[in-house]
Structure formats: structure tokens, C-alpha cells
Design a protein around this ligand. Sequence first.
Ligand SMILES: [Fe+2]
Ligand SMILES: [Fe+2]
Length: 175
Amino acid sequence: MDTAAIIREILTDYALHPRGFHGVVHWARVLENGLKLAEATGANQDVVTLFALFHDSRRVNDGHDWGHGLRGAQLAKRLRGNAFDLDDASFELLFRACEWHTEGESDSDLTVCTCWDADRLDLGRVGIRPDPKYLCTKAARSPAIIEWADKRARREFEPTFVIEGWGIPLDFPGE
Ligand SMILES: [Fe+2]
Ligand SMILES: [Fe+2]
């Protein structure tokens, strides 16, 4: 999957600064959280990857921003078959994971749960330590995983592919 091409598409019409609180560096950590969790949960890695890129892609502010999950899901629908391909069943999971990632508490599907946990494990960037009560996979509730992800979130750790793969330099222009 060409995540750099998808990022380029998303950013052509992105309302916030790409390096903001809910921007590309958050997406990159959510992506790595999700792939790490997927090793244990068996989640669909394509869905987890696409969720990381799309779930906050249509935010218009850094607050609660009601409806941003659905807007992100709709953008994924628009780019499907163009920037990426996904079978119907997997796309349904991606859409649901994006749409309900703020309100959803738990889901019967482990891939959806893995997406939500990947996002919640990054709460440390706003000073909130993930509470196992709000994590829906056993893998994410592991103290070692919480510690690993929380440390990275708090330090605003940036995966190297943000600059090297996605082409978002530190002084990337916003808006
Ligand atoms: Fe969100
Ligand atoms: Fe998020």
C-alpha cells in the first residue's frame, strides 16, 4: 500500500496544520501502535493502516469536533479504488472504525477494536495515560504495551517515515 500517496491526497484538502496535535505525527504513531497490536490480535493490517491515516483526516478543529470520524470515513470511501484498494468486507470495517472511533466503546470485531486501541494508546500526547478500562483488546491492556506507547506519545516520538517516506519536513507549510 502506498501510504505516501494517500497522505498526499489527504493533505491536498486538510483543514488543520499537518503537524498539529491530531496531524500526521499522531497518524504515524497510531499506525505503529496498530501494527504492533495486530501482531497479537491478528487484526487486518491494511484496515489498521488505513484507519491510522483516515480517522482524523477530516478534522476541522482540535477539540471534540463532532462528526469528524464519519467525515474521515467518507473521504476513505471517495479515495477507495483510486489511492488504495480494499475488499468490501474489509472496507466495511474501516468505515465503521473511522465513523465510531470517538464514541465507540467496544466492537464485536477485533480489527475495529485494534484500530480504536491504537488511537487511544496515543493519548499521552495530551497528557492522558490510557486507562485499560477504555481499551477493548487484551493486547492493548498489557501494562508493557501501555508503557511503550504512552512514553512515545508523551515525548511526541516521530517515526522516521514521516519525513523520509511521507515527505513532511519539520517546516512543512500548513493550511
Ligand atoms: Fe479522532
Ligand atoms: Fe486520533
